[in-house]
Design a protein around this ligand. Structure first.
Ligand SMILES: *Cc1c(COP(=O)(O)O)cnc(C)c1O
Length: 377
């Protein structure tokens, strides 16, 4: 089956007895055993739940991995991944990435002896130069959040395999509709399913997808032992959201391309960050490894005074954190998503007081452009 069919049939006809078209919500904590040593395959919902299992199989299929695991949030899934490593492990991580990922390494796991180097992973030599004796993994985002920098999946995979490192990709921005890191050798893909996969700004969700059986066993063990799993109801909502993933992304990208064109021609815009811009650095690499550019745009305004005017006055677009939903959202990374990153690092990677991030929704693009035009003039 082709990708769009798998997506639209997410969870279809799983209940053969009743013929139910949508997957039922198995709102149960535990399961009755027929006899001693006999199980239906389900024992306790932390370990496994039928609604969650359907969703986990869908995400594994979409990412073309071995196993899928659903968690209560993107951060819960990142937490589970770090749990695979012992103290004195060192990670190489993209310097420009989700602020919460920076925070969990620097504020939560440092005390357990997990070290992290935040570097520009678009520069392959910088990765090579930062590998230490105890380096165990490379963790990247491409495009990165919020500067939309592109890292070459194939090249990073080569280094990872040569050095026996686990290669982890946060694929939240692209989703498997546009990019499948496991095809390029990534060992683990993670998602904030809260964003494009669920897609409606109404549920928190996280995913891990593994490339090998061995990794699936490790993550499955961790998922069961630490918990943090996605509830049956939220599994249902995420399945429901995924059904429209393909058409949502198509529309979001179409709208984004039009907005980028508008922004590039506006006198009060200094710079636009979007991998669909022809002379954009990383354009060719992104084209090689993905099917499109997605619906995320970052931009810098000519004068930072405009920032407050924009976020206080948008009417069609909402000033809110998060991304990937049907409603367009605008974010001020410096004070919101990336607030926990120290100022000197923010300055170095370009998260400045004139930078805004726009998650483009599925509205009529003319309303979005008019909204931006009103607040930019
Ligand atoms: C939002 C986000 C996360 C964290 O996910 P939550 O669901 O909010 O816990 C991780 N990575 C990226 C790229 C994100 O945008």
């Amino acid at each position: 089956m082709k990708f769009d069919t798998i997506v639209s049939h997410a969870g279809l006809c799983s209940d053969e007895k009743t013929g139910s078209i949508s997957t039922p919500i198995y709102q149960t904590a535990t399961f009755r055993h027929v006899a001693l040593g006999v199980s239906t395959g389900f024992d306790y919902t932390r370990t496994s739940n039928p609604t969650r299992k359907v969703l986990e199989d869908v995400i594994a299929k979409l990412e073309e991995g071995d196993g899928g695991f659903a968690f209560a949030s993107g951060m819960a899934s990142i937490n589970a991944i770090i749990m695979m490593f012992s103290s004195n492990s060192h990670f190489i991580i993209s310097d420009d990435l989700y602020g919460g990922t920076y925070r969990i390494f620097e504020k939560n796991f440092k005390q357990f002896g997990i070290e992290a180097s935040f570097i520009d992973t678009t520069n392959i030599n910088e990765i090579k130069n930062n590998i230490r004796q105890n380096t165990k993994a490379i963790f990247i985002e491409t495009p990165s959040n919020p500067i939309m920098k592109i890292t070459d999946l194939e090249e990073v995979n080569k280094i990872a395999k040569q050095n026996n490192l686990i290669f982890i990709v946060d694929n939240t921005f692209m989703t498997p509709a546009l990019q499948k890191p496991i095809k390029f050798g990534a060992d683990i893909v993670i998602h904030s399913g809260t964003k494009y996969l669920a897609g409606h700004n109404d549920v928190l969700c996280g995913f891990i997808v593994t490339r090998t059986k061995e990794l699936s066993e490790k993550i499955g063990f961790i998922q069961n032992s630490i918990g943090g799993v996605l509830s049956p109801m939220d599994s249902f909502l995420t399945l429901r959201g995924i059904k429209t993933l393909s058409i949502r992304i198509e529309r979001q990208e179409k709208n984004a391309i039009k907005i980028v064109e508008f922004l590039q021609n506006h006198k009060n815009i200094k710079e636009v960050f979007y991998p669909g811009i022809k002379n954009y650095s990383g354009y060719e690499i992104n084209k090689k490894q993905s099917l499109g550019f997605g619906g995320m745009i970052s931009f810098k305004v000519k004068d930072s005074i405009l920032v407050e005017k924009i976020i206080n006055n948008v009417k069609v677009i909402s000033f809110a954190e998060s991304l990937g939903g049907v409603e367009s959202l605008i974010t001020f990374p410096m004070k919101q998503t990336h607030a926990d990153i120290p100022d000197e690092i923010k300055q170095k990677i370009g998260i400045t007081d004139d930078l805004l991030r726009l998650s483009v929704g599925i509205e009529d693009d003319r309303d979005l452009i008019e909204d931006l035009n009103n607040v930019l003039s």
